[in-house]
Design a protein around this ligand. Structure first.
Ligand code: UDP
Ligand code: MG
Length: 325
């Protein structure tokens, strides 16, 4: 099994979070100290704040905390790039220093006590541990329904994501090294980890209220995030167009038969059959052609991502060499 006391980095993207940072630091300091005392992680472990081009005093605060606190450090982006990019920047930086990386939000809405269980699962051999919200009692009704609708929509659209899991997760260093091979620019991180594979598990926790500051994910941003997730992960919408085209073509055949019958029964005005049949057949053909073109675009889209085609999880040749077999 893996050796104990590995280096943990907790990565936290922060955008205009001056109101929460001190409290977050206080709680995480206790947590990290306890984990070190319990010999679960190394003394080299750190909490890494990622300043995502904040317009308030967030970065000044991070610098201050970095000077004052042993276990805290930070990086700053040149401008606001959004949660997913900030998180990726943090993960890619942290993987150079850490063995285990956990990502969470600055507002600690996701219970930090789940960290212990995540680390235990890591030592049990998991490479990815997903934090899953077991209850959203403290979310408003609106946030809860829209957020859960988001997961359902994503699944219906063929994006494989873990239900009620956001970006609170543990990953091993090698998972992030693999993630670096996914060159896509439109990021939807929570959809990418299931693609990487390896042994994974879930840890359940209750989601709390934001203790200060306000949500940076209002409905408008959430909708555009969902749309981003679908369009950067799935070509199902194109397949839907293709299927629609075929359906209309089938309907148009039925209409053709119907209008011919009506015509021979002599119940139409001249020209009606021709117009009705043309409309349906042309519309069906158009939709069908769009679908065909779309299928090719879908293929191009998948090729441009240049995602790895496979990841090897164990290589006994290498292991045998190390073990002097
Ligand atoms: N965040 C960020 N850049 C942005 C927007 C948000 O780094 O452009 C961070 C934010 O500071 C927080 C996390 O993303 O740590 C999640 O945001 P928030 O808590 O507002 O979202 P909610 O929990 O309401 O969905
Ligand atoms: Mg939040």
């Amino acid at each position: 099994m893996k050796k104990k006391e590995e280096i943990l980095y907790i990565v936290i993207p922060c955008y205009n979070e001056e109101e929460v940072l001190e409290e977050t630091t206080k709680q995480l300091k206790e947590k990290i100290q306890k984990l070190i005392n319990d010999k679960m992680i190394s003394d080299q472990s750190r909490v890494m704040y990622v300043n995502d081009g904040s317009k308030d005093k967030t970065w000044e605060l991070i610098e201050k905390i970095d000077k004052r606190e042993k276990y805290f450090t930070g990086i700053s982006l040149s401008r606001n790039r959004g949660h997913q990019n900030a998180l990726l920047a943090g993960l890619m930086t942290a993987k150079n220093y850490a063995d285990i990386i956990i990502s969470m939000d600055a507002d600690l809405q996701d219970d930090i006590n789940a960290v212990d269980e995540m680390i235990e699962k890591y030592y049990d051999g998991c490479d990815i541990v997903y934090g899953v919200r077991s209850a959203r009692k403290k979310d408003t009704f609106f946030k809860r329904t829209t957020a859960e609708g988001f997961y359902k929509l994503m699944n219906a659209m063929g994006v494989e994501i873990v239900f009620n899991h956001a970006d609170y997760r543990l990953t091993s260093k090698r998972v992030l090294e693999n993630l670096a091979d996914y060159k896509e620019v439109n990021l939807f991180l929570r959809g990418m980890f299931p693609l990487i594979g390896y042994k994974s598990d879930k840890v359940f926790y209750e989601r709390n209220e934001r203790f200060a500051g306000e949500s940076k994910y209002p409905l408008k941003k959430m909708l555009s995030f969902a749309w981003d997730g679908i369009t950067s992960f799935s070509i199902k919408p194109i397949t839907l167009i293709f299927n629609l085209g075929i359906t209309i073509l089938i309907i148009s055949t039925l209409i053709l038969i119907y209008s011919l019958v009506v015509k021979f029964l002599g119940q139409t005005v001249p020209g009606w059959t021709f117009i009705i049949c043309s409309i349906w057949i042309v519309a069906g053909l158009e939709m069908f052609s769009l679908g065909v073109i779309g299928e090719y675009i879908g293929k191009i889209y998948n090729e441009t991502k240049g995602r790895p085609r496979y990841i090897i999880s164990r290589n006994l040749v290498e292991e045998d060499k190390k073990g002097d077999k």
